[in-house]
Design a protein around this ligand. Structure first.
Ligand code: UTP
Length: 298
């Protein structure tokens, strides 16, 4: 029996330079897909997977993110007075229980590995924990982290969400070297951060969902900077293999959007809007019109 995963770390201390100038004053994680901030999707996914404690690794300028999780008594009173109960319920569903959220500060953007390490004192010695990158939004029937927790309960160890990526885009990812392919689960022999396409050991890339053991935090404590001068989480997970502790990749069911890039963010916006009954017909009409204008111009 493996210990239950009840804590999740959300590293949100990055600079978000790809969304400048917006990210000059808005944390990237507050940007919305339709009307929900990216961070809300991540929190909902964590809750569905049984997470009870939410650890945010933040940085300067992320105040709006902290405010987002506060209750909004004035707004709630106003909605109650006007009898807008649907909106009131919607608002309340985003409230977090007192004491369920912790904020740690990453003082310098030294990389994802460093951000996770900043939360080390909030994780006990024998406690597995999840890491969720809110930029990676995954549309799926069973939320991705829940799928992973179910698989983790079977095999334990460390687990990363994995996705097949075309060769010409592999350089943007951490890539798995497979020891054994068991279907949804793969046993990992090694991991390479941002390889050239010819050097990539497979087409299976790591994306932003992890279930990790505290050994990874100990590995991070010993690490110097890796690829790109940053402290890479991938390197600390790969170190677990060297120490003969299991690392698995999990091919999740669902569609992942890279909302850290403009193109991925726009695609997600369209996909999530089309999934909403009240928006679908209007947006679809507009898209069809665009396509026919485009075709006529060719
Ligand atoms: P990204 O690589 O997307 O970097 O980080 P970024 O700073 O957010 O965005 P760009 O590339 O400048 O546009 C992936 C995740 O790791 C977190 C980010 O907040 C994001 O959730 N991160 C990254 C940190 O928390 N600290 C860091 O030092 C680096």
């Amino acid at each position: 029996m493996h210990n239950k995963v009840t804590k999740a770390i959300f590293p949100v201390a990055g600079l978000g330079t790809r969304f400048l100038p917006a990210t000059k004053s808005i944390p990237k994680e507050i940007m919305t897909l339709v009307d929900r901030p990216l961070i809300q999707y991540a929190i909902d996914e964590a809750r569905a997977a049984g997470i009870k404690e939410f650890i945010f690794v933040t940085s300067r300028g992320k105040g709006a993110l902290e405010d987002y999780f506060d209750n909004a008594p004035q707004l709630e009173a106003e909605l109650r007075k006007k009898g807008k109960n649907d909106l009131l319920d919607l608002l309340k569903s985003t409230n977090m229980e007192s004491g369920a959220i912790a904020y740690m500060r990453q003082h310098k953007p030294l990389g994802l590995g460093h951000a996770v390490w900043c939360a080390r004192r909030l994780i006990a010695n024998d406690e597995p924990f999840a890491v969720i990158l809110p930029d990676d939004v995954i549309a799926s029937e069973t939320p991705c982290l829940q799928q992973m927790v179910e698989a983790y309960e079977e095999v334990g160890g460390n687990m990363v969400a994995a996705m097949e990526v075309p060769k010409d885009r592999i350089k943007a990812y951490g890539v798995l070297d497979l020891e054994e392919d068991m279907g949804a689960l793969v046993k990992v022999r090694g991991m390479v951060e941002k390889p050239e396409p010819e050097a990539a050991p497979s087409n299976l890339a790591v994306i932003g969902r992890y279930i990790l053991t505290p050994g990874v935090l100990q590995n991070l404590s010993k690490m110097k900077s890796g690829s790109g001068g940053e402290i890479q989480l991938t390197d600390a997970i790969a170190e677990e293999i060297a120490q003969e502790r299991g690392v698995y990749g999990y091919r999740f069911r669902g569609q992942r959007f890279d909302c850290g890039s403009k193109s991925g963010y726009l695609q997600a916006t369209v996909a999530f809007a089309l999934a909403r009954d009240e928006l679908r017909a209007d947006l679809m009409g507009y898209l069809k019109e665009l396509i026919s204008v485009e075709k006529a111009a060719q």
